[in-house]
Ligand binder design. Structure first.
Ligand code: FUB
Ligand code: ZN
Length: 639
């Protein structure tokens, strides 16, 4: 049966009869393989990721012994294990990114590189499916955190975390190339884990969640329920201390997951767990996680979200802070946590069809995530603070390289977040120049999108169909355009009037209605129909909820989805002495030559103390630290 399903899926038959037999997300993403990104900010970033970041990340893995660890475990070369006990996961994440990249643009050399790397990984796998080089290289002397024997220190060993990333890579490789080489390794490992853990076997859970997401993907590609049941088992064991010692709140193991109401502990662990819960809820049709997920989401969005979409305020434990604990200079906001936040919010959208989740996702994409990688694709931030003194710069790599490797895989998956389908509805979630192809019943619909977003709010959508076809086009009206920076009261615009939104069809006003944050046009579409959608993009002043101590008396600037910051290099003095009075006008200007092209803001401000007038310049937060070193701040005193 497994072989048959894989064969059907490989032939692209996954959306047929088999799909109706099983539960799924009610809204389905249009796979990134059907989205051809044709220009603009994301196209540049995807190209840089493909040509610079992925090759350099593999090179770093070679230079730091991450790849040799597989050869050593396979007894293809001598020597001890090198690095951190979860370093295998970096290699898996980069493979995943390389596969997405391959699917967008074929690359013979990259495919061959992957083939030989996968052969090494397969050789490192033990006969029964166990795969964890930190132990296999020298089972008698594993690194301390790996624990003395298999699965003996799951709280810290990352054996199951590594497995989750292996599964995600394997599914990506299978989907991109049709090859089963890595998928076979993943399934053999998953089968071992399914024999080892479960209601009639071991009851421990991973200290770092991730295997749940990977298992859900294995289920989606094979149709084998055992993987999904195992994901649910791991989730449901958390917080139950009858048969094992609990790990506590740091690892979200303080309460059963369905009873958790507050986002606590290590942020990446928490957010991967919430994403896994959404997968299980949707794929099993299990409603018990749905209400808790919404409450957890409310907690994050109302009390624990940086204006950039960053999460995990504390460096101590890489964790969420208390409600409204949202520091600026000290903010941790790990790049991986931004990625995890986007992954979770996308799943929440697929579960509910409500654009409020996409609003959070978009905020993360353009701000807290994108700041994590340099324009050239060769430098990375691990924490993404909202203010910094001179000297904080992106690094070429890290000993714990979770963030750069996560960037390599998340960036090329972004086109897959842009569109979605539900019955006879096509959703435009993100604005990026692209062409998307979707199957609507027996027919194919192509939608071409042309835009200069995020710098310009105009979006042109052209429908291409062989014959007229009825469907509902859903176009997201971002919360920022509705006068709300986020779907909560955590931040607000000083001027919260909605931006003008205009929708025209073939040059005429058209009837549309707002549903769940999307402008819906229902009609029979003809070939060549053109929708012109325009969002006004005034510069907005943002203030935080009064309980956010760090932001009392401060203001930030946004335009469209972009959060701005001030850098010392534009002012010649520390940005912490700058004031932005409420009454000054802020001008915006698109500057094509500025850091790859960006809208820059200008206003008359002041220097505190002297009261001297200062010409203020604000640049997109995601672009900071590309010029001369100096202080940076997103928030300025209102003056
Ligand atoms: O533990 C694996 C990864 O390293 C986590 O996701 C990151 O937060 C970093 O601690
Ligand atoms: Zn990270």
């Amino acid at each position: 049966m497994r072989m048959l399903l894989i064969a059907l899926l490989a032939l692209g038959c996954g959306g047929g009869d088999y799909a109706v037999m099983r539960n799924d997300y009610p809204v389905k993403p249009v796979p990134f393989t059907h989205v051809d990104v044709q220009g603009g900010l994301w196209n540049k970033r995807l190209e840089v990721n493909r040509t610079v970041t992925i090759p350099l990340a593999f090179r770093h893995c070679e230079e730091t012994g991450r790849i040799d660890n597989f050869a050593k475990a396979a007894r293809q070369m001598p020597g001890p294990f090198r690095g951190l006990h979860f370093d295998d996961s970096d290699v898996y994440k980069i493979i995943e990114g390389a596969c997405y990249s391959l699917a967008i643009r074929g690359d013979e050399a990259l495919e061959q590189y992957l083939d030989q790397l996968i052969a090494k990984i397969a050789a490192a796998q033990e006969n029964d499916g166990y795969l964890y080089t930190a132990r296999t290289v020298d089972p008698d002397n594993p690194p301390e955190d790996a624990g003395p024997t298999r699965w003996s220190n799951l709280q810290y060993s990352h054996e199951l975390y590594n497995a989750g990333h292996l599964y995600e890579a394997a599914v990506a490789h299978f989907q991109a190339t049709g090859k089963r080489t890595l998928l076979d390794v993943a399934l053999k490992n998953a089968d071992l884990i399914a024999r080892t853990f479960g209601p009639h076997a071991r009851h421990d859970v991973p200290g770092h969640q991730e295997v749940e997401i990977g298992l859900a993907k294995l289920y989606q590609v094979t149709g084998e329920r055992v993987y999904l049941d195992l994901a649910k088992f791991f989730l449901d064991q958390r917080g139950h201390g009858e048969r094992r010692a609990l790990y506590g709140a740091y690892a979200q193991d303080h309460l059963p997951v369905a009873e958790q109401r507050e986002a606590v502990g290590h942020a990446v662990r928490a957010l991967y767990m919430y994403a896994g819960m959404a997968d299980v809820a949707a794929l099993l049709g299990d409603t018990s996680y749905v209400a808790p997920l919404e409450l957890l989401w409310q907690d994050v969005v109302s009390r624990k979200l940086a204006i950039t979409g960053g999460v995990g305020a504390r460096s101590h434990g890489e964790s969420f802070g208390e409600a409204y604990e949202l520091p600026n200079k000290e903010a941790y906001n790990e790049t991986c946590a931004a990625i995890a936040n986007a992954l979770w919010n996308h799943r929440m959208f697929l579960l509910h069809g409500d654009a409020k989740y996409l609003d959070v996702m978009e905020r993360v994409l353009y701000n807290g995530f994108l700041s994590g990688v340099s324009l050239a694709g060769d430098r990375f931030f691990y924490p993404n603070p909202l203010a910094a003194e001179r000297g904080y710069r992106r690094s070429p790599w890290f000993t714990c390289a979770c963030c750069p490797s996560n960037v390599t895989r998340f960036l090329p998956s972004i086109p897959g977040l842009a569109y979605a389908m539900r019955d006879r509805a096509l959703y435009v979630n993100l604005f990026l120049s692209s062409a998307v192809r979707v199957d609507m019943g027996q027919r194919t619909v192509t939608l071409e999108q042309v835009t200069d977003y995020p710098w310009d709010g105009r979006v042109l959508l052209k429908v291409k169909v062989a014959q007229p076809i009825a469907f509902a086009l859903h176009i997201r009206v971002p919360s920022w355009a509705q006068g709300r920076p986020v779907p909560s009261d955590l931040y607000r615009y000083l001027d919260d009037r909605p931006s003008p939104v205009s929708v025209e069809l073939n040059g005429q006003a058209v009837k549309w209605e707002m549903r769940q944050g999307l402008a819906v046009i229902e009609r029979t579409w003809a070939d060549g129909d053109i929708v012109f959608f325009e969002l006004g993009m005034p510069v907005r002043r943002v203030v935080a909820h009064p309980q956010v101590q760090a932001d009392v008396g401060l203001v930030a600037l946004e335009r469209g989805p972009i959060v701005y910051c001030f850098e010392e290099v534009d002012h010649g003095i520390t940005v912490f002495s700058l004031l932005l009075p409420d009454e000054t006008d802020v001008e915006s200007e698109y500057r094509p030559e500025f850091l790859g092209g960006a809208v820059v803001l200008r206003a008359r401000g002041k220097e505190s103390g002297s009261g001297r007038e200062v010409q203020l310049t604000a640049i997109p937060y995601c672009l900071w630290a590309h010029r001369d070193e100096g202080s940076m701040s997103v928030w300025l005193r209102r003056g």
